[in-house]
Design a protein around this ligand. Structure first.
Ligand code: FE2
Ligand code: FE2
Length: 293
């Protein structure tokens, strides 16, 4: 199968609609070929969160010439490289040389995988967040968002554990399921939590909405992607100091999303049809190492 066919099949398998119901526009989507040629036979597929230098090396070892990451390749929204070329950026030039040497193509699957994948019952699910909940054993606690046609998507993604769980236990499930080195905790590990949410990106611009959600939904515990000190982090700590059972597991953006790219191997064969293409998940991995006092 040609690499261009692999890409077309994945797009066709996905729901392919934006949040407002309009079709994903191929001229505007993030899901572009970020590197290489598509008019050649696909020797193998590597799925990952971030096509790092180590992931590229591993793909070459596996003889896979297509990497499908969820995130950008060259460290900026839209994967613009003109500024890197102009600067003769050293890391850029060496990473590019590696891709050239190995003949690897990189196609990003971000908008399509979030847009929805068929659940077999006429419905759709977000491949990234379902992947995270599935791999960490939290899928059975998922609370669907009313009126949202795509399960496991939305702001926030919510879970309810009626019997409660300690933050420590919850963290252990995530560390184990997502293959992490650890998790930064804000709060007390023995706090028992029931209502858990992934509030998406807390990047300081619009976190009032997240604080409103925590208040309205009585959320005990946040599993955060980005986390900014001066907004929701402060808010949760003030809640704790007032006696609320609250905690934040600052898991990290890529650590939350990467299990979705592992989960991709479950649906990829169906998306590609009868002709099998060897596929692997290569974890770009937890970038954090913890030095504790
Ligand atoms: Fe992301
Ligand atoms: Fe994402």
């Amino acid at each position: 199968m040609l690499i261009s066919e692999v890409i077309a099949k994945i797009k066709a398998y996905s729901r392919g609609l934006n949040k407002d119901g309009t079709p994903i526009d191929d001229s505007k989507t993030r899901d572009k070929v970020l590197y290489g040629e598509t008019d050649k036979e696909c020797t193998g597929i590597v799925t990952t969160c971030f096509a790092s230098v180590d992931v590229i090396r591993k793909a070459h070892e596996l003889n896979a010439n297509l990497i499908i990451p969820h995130e950008a390749l060259f460290w900026n929204h839209g994967d613009h490289t003109d500024w890197l070329t102009e600067d003769r950026n050293s890391v850029f030039l060496r990473k590019k040389a590696l891709l050239d040497e190995y003949g690897i193509t990189v196609w990003r699957d971000h908008d399509y995988i979030h847009s929805g994948l068929p659940d077999g019952n006429g419905g759709w699910y977000d491949g990234i967040f379902r992947g995270f909940l599935h791999e960490t054993g939290l899928e059975k606690y998922y609370v669907p968002m009313v009126g949202n046609p795509v399960r496991f998507s939305g702001m926030p993604v919510e879970m309810l554990i009626p019997e409660g769980i300690t933050v420590r236990k919850l963290a252990e499930k995530i560390i184990e399921g997502a293959g992490l080195n650890g998790i930064r905790l804000i709060g007390d590990p023995e706090t028992v939590v029931h209502r858990i949410a992934i509030p998406m990106h807390c990047i300081g611009f619009a976190d009032n909405a997240e604080i409103r959600n925590v208040n309205a939904h009585n959320t005990d515990c946040l599993i955060t992607m980005e986390l900014i000190d001066y907004t929701i982090n402060e808010y949760m700590r003030d809640g704790m100091m007032l006696g609320d059972s609250k905690a934040i597991l600052a898991v990290g953006h890529f650590n939350v999303e990467e299990p979705g790219m592992k989960y991709m191997l479950r649906w990829l064969p169906e998306a590609l049809g009868t002709e099998a293409v060897p596929s692997w998940f290569v974890q770009s991995g937890d970038m954090n190492t913890f030095l504790v006092r």
